[in-house]
Design a protein around this ligand. Structure first.
Ligand SMILES: NC(=O)c1ccc[n+]([C@@H]2O[C@H](COP(=O)([O-])OP(=O)(O)OC[C@H]3O[C@@H](n4cnc5c(N)ncnc54)[C@H](O)[C@@H]3O)[C@@H](O)[C@H]2O)c1
Length: 442
């Protein structure tokens, strides 16, 4: 490359960095779900104009009328963003004018637990229709290392834009923790470009939206960072799930063991057992890595072992319920069981991939009469899963209550006073300092 050309590119990159760091610009977000909606609201709060695009017309209509479907974004926050000029639309052409496009579409697994890239591919098709010179495109959907190079770069190049000259491409994993109380803008943002230049430009843009940015050398590094984080959690949860089963066999209280180990100020991080892993991150994300590893003829033994243990937990939990009832001379068949909480984690209304539902389905298949109380998820979803929804005022006197999701809003003492026996799969009574003689823990 001639010195003149190098100089021109350097000046052009410096101008892009300067624009994203200091000048007004507009952010476009594809996909307004749990990740995309907080991002457009955070952009508006940071003084960056935002356009949110989603193919779901009902969702867009709800958002445009000021109703948020995401726990972490209140209606008031959404309305303030709309009043300040946030645009939500199902018309992708609204992205033709934005300076940066952030992709926040789903990335599920297919029926054979292989990555389903169809949503990212559809978003890439949108990008190839709206991309224009100077645009930054950053993928945020969790995915296998190499996706940004494989799918986003070709979408940009397809319309004749040259990466680093006419457009910039990066990956930045979303680390939002729904219901966790930390606004996503305050969680450090890992950013990797498909090249050093794209990384610099992307880091400048994220610097306007997030309190701290951690640049890495390549998009692949950023993609793998997200998968390492969630694989670490899946493996440690599996370890403690195995320990819980052993402790039960040895007549030791695993919750007391964890509490004691957690007094060590170094070298130990507490993870807790439960009826299985849920949500659409922990059960799925390690599989993106395992799938990519298989392509590279590499065996991911920790991932496979963790998967085996965690996916067996709902059945182990259901078997423990059957044993408890048996101790009281009762069969599963025809016995009234109250499920307490069906969300995949406390204080969120999200029931996707929830292990709680799997446990209750296993019990229902064996003939138990299942009712469910979950004031956060609500009646419609409980009935959607084929259970009888009850309120806290109408839980009756079940033979057994099983605490599956520990929402703060649920009065656990009332549950223990109503049911003959309580099976606490979350250590919830201990954590709340409640003592009831009829509570048995996982
Ligand atoms: N929810 C979380 O806690 C979380 C945390 C970290 C990472 N992630 C990752 O972020 C990504 C998004 O997850 P989410 O929970 O926000 O999903 P979501 O299902 O809540 O929202 C996705 C949105 O994208 C829309 N959409 C789908 N295809 C589209 C398209 N082609 N164009 C425009 N909009 C489209 C859907 O209608 C939906 O509104 C996933 O890759 C997920 O793994 C999620």
């Amino acid at each position: 490359m001639l010195a003149r050309e190098v100089h021109a590119i350097t000046a052009h990159v410096d101008a892009a960095v300067d624009r994203f760091s200091t000048k007004p610009w507009t952010a476009g977000v594809i996909g307004l779900g749990y990740v995309g909606l907080p991002l457009v609201v955070a952009a508006m709060e940071a003084g960056v104009a935002a356009v949110g695009f989603d193919i779901d017309h009902d969702r867009v209509a709800g958002l445009a009328s000021g109703t948020s479907h995401v726990d972490d974004v209140s209606d008031e926050e959404l309305r303030a963003a709309l009043d300040a000029g946030l645009v939500v639309t199902s018309d992708e052409s609204a992205l033709s004018e934005v300076d940066a496009i952030f992709v926040c579409v789903p990335s599920p697994l297919g029926v054979n637990r292989q990555p389903d890239m169809s949503y990212i591919e559809a978003a890439a098709a949108t990008i190839s229709r709206v991309a224009h010179p100077g645009v930054l495109v950053s993928l945020e959907s969790t995915t296998y290392p190499g996706t940004t190079d494989d799918i986003v770069v070709p979408a940009v190049e397809q319309v004749g834009l040259k990466v680093d000259q006419d457009a910039f491409v990066a990956f930045s994993p979303e680390r939002v923790n729904p219901g966790g109380g930390i606004p996503s803008a305050r969680i450090p943002k890992v950013v990797g470009g498909v090249s050093e230049i794209s990384g610099r430009v992307a880091a400048a843009a994220y610097g306007r939206l997030f309190a701290s940015v951690h640049p890495v050398t390549h998009a692949r590094t950023a993609e793998m960072t997200k998968l390492l984080e969630n694989t670490y959690r899946a493996v440690n949860i599996a370890l403690v799930n195995e320990m819980a089963q052993l402790a039960h066999q040895l007549d030791i209280d695993i919750w007391e063991v964890i509490e004691a180990a957690d007094t060590k100020p170094f070298g130990f991080q507490a993870f807790y057992p439960g009826p299985g892993v849920g949500g659409h991150c922990i059960p799925l994300d390690p599989q993106f890595l395992a799938w990519r590893a298989r392509q590279a003829k590499f065996a991911t033994r920790f991932i496979d072992t963790a998967e085996q243990i965690n996916t067996a937990m709902p059945r182990y939990t259901a078997d423990r319920v059957a044993d408890l009832l048996n101790d009281h001379g009762l069969p599963l068949y025809g016995t009234a069981i109250l499920g307490v909480g069906i969300a995949y984690k406390p204080n969120v209304a999200d029931d996707r991939e929830s292990a709680s539902i799997e446990v209750l389905k296993l019990l229902q298949r064996r003939g138990a009469e299942i009712s469910v109380v979950d004031p956060v998820v609500g009646t419609d979803r409980i009935e959607h899963w084929g259970f009888t929804a009850v309120s806290e005022d109408s839980i009756g006197s079940p033979a057994l209550a099983i605490v599956l999701t520990d929402h703060d809003a649920i009065d656990l003492s009332r549950v223990a006073d109503s049911a003959a026996v309580v099976f606490d799969t979350r250590g919830a009574y201990r954590r709340r300092g409640l003592s009831h003689t009829n509570v048995v823990t996982l």
